[in-house]
Design a protein around this ligand. Structure first.
Ligand code: NAP
Length: 312
């Protein structure tokens, strides 16, 4: 029987691991399919406090894991296949093995929605990115034309942020109206460095032969006309998909995101949540880490209360 199982080894999961390990709960941390989480897909992380010169995303996650392991966390490289969140104790299947636990911290993250192009996959980290805050300031994007795809708050936020670095930011949206909130849309369209391209989709990222982004091929969805646009970066901001399918019908969700209450609790006793799988607003490494800490403290208090009630 485990005291605490943590699903996810991103910032939220590993911070929860550090705290639960230091509380001597010997947490079992399950890596999932992307050990280290989304930060491992970025190069230099410049906005995580404590690293004046920035730190490589993978390096940061390796250090977080080592920190958790130093206090007794056990990282298992594997995938959680199913969870019975209402069982007492909570029951999981991890790569075919049944594991029972008194508490569970869900830090399974979210995956950026992809456009779904082959060239997009091939040029990821070579100019295609899903996080302007993480990558926008890289030298390769400085004073270069950049393309943002999407029409929601994320796309507007990313486009506005990128005006600090790019020579011009093209905002490519599949309709002629932004989905973003009014204030965000107005602010975005008032920015002289942002050039909207309406009713248009990206059909190919150029240039896989050059092994870096040199531009995009576009198609106007109204008249079918095709064109090419020169750019050094493609920032895809068409939403995120929280990794919460295991909990459908078990935990309260809002548009696929788990809903925290009373701190980091969920609708199932003993199950806590942290990071991008429950956060559609901030989605930063440092906020995920903070939520991981909160979830660990909540889990620790839950376990202490259970243990106390069993003794009395
Ligand atoms: P979103 O609101 O779902 O917008 C996604 C955008 O991407 C939409 O404009 C959508 O087009 C477009 N899109 C989706 N799939 C596409 C595809 N396959 N190809 C091309 N375009 C595609 O996602 P979001 O902007 O990430 O925002 C998610 C939530 O977080 C929202 O509730 C938002 O308000 C919130 N948020 C808030 C803030 C803030 O308050 N500061 C910042 C970021 C996000 P259509 O419009 O045609 O559907």
């Amino acid at each position: 029987m485990e005291n605490a199982v943590i699903i996810g080894t991103g910032c939220a999961g590993l911070t929860a691991a550090i705290y639960t390990a230091r509380a001597e709960l010997q947490p079992l941390v399950v890596s999932g399919t992307m050990p280290g989480g989304l930060l491992t897909t970025t190069t230099i992380v410049e906005n995580y406090p404590g690293f004046a010169e920035g730190i490589d995303g993978t390096q940061l996650m390796v250090q977080m894991q080592q920190q958790a392991e130093r206090f007794g966390a056990r990282v298992r490289y594997g995938t959680v296949e199913s969870v019975d969140a209402s069982a007492d104790p909570i029951r999981l299947t991890i790569d075919g093995d049944t594991v029972e636990t008194l508490s569970l911290i869900v830090a399974s993250g979210a995956s950026p929605r992809r456009i779904g192009l082959e060239s997009e996959t091939k040029l990821e980290t070579k100019g295609v990115t899903y996080c302007a805050t993480c990558d926008g300031a890289l030298p390769m994007f400085r004073n270069q034309p950049l393309v943002v795809v999407g029409g929601g708050d994320s796309a507007c936020e990313e486009a506005t942020y990128l005006t600090r670095f790019g020579s011009v930011v093209y905002l490519v949206h599949r309709r002629d109206q932004l989905r973003a909130s009014k204030i965000m849309a107005e602010r975005t369209l008032a920015n002289e460095k942002i050039k909207p391209i309406w009713n248009t989709v990206v059909t190919e990222v150029l240039d896989t032969k050059a092994d870096k982004v040199t531009g995009v091929r576009l198609r106007n969805v109204q008249d079918g006309s095709e064109s090419e646009l020169e750019a050094a970066g493609l920032f895809v901001a068409i939403g995120h998909v929280p990794n919460t399918h295991l909990f459908e019908g078990q935990l309260e969700m809002n548009s696929g995101y788990l809903v925290p209450k009373n701190g980091r609790e969920t609708s199932a006793p003993g199950v806590f949540v942290a990071g991008d799988c429950a956060d559609y607003i901030y989605r930063q490494a440092v906020t995920a880490a903070g939520q991981g800490c909160e979830a660990a403290i909540d889990a620790e208090r839950f376990l202490a209360a259970v243990s106390h009630s069993q003794k009395t």
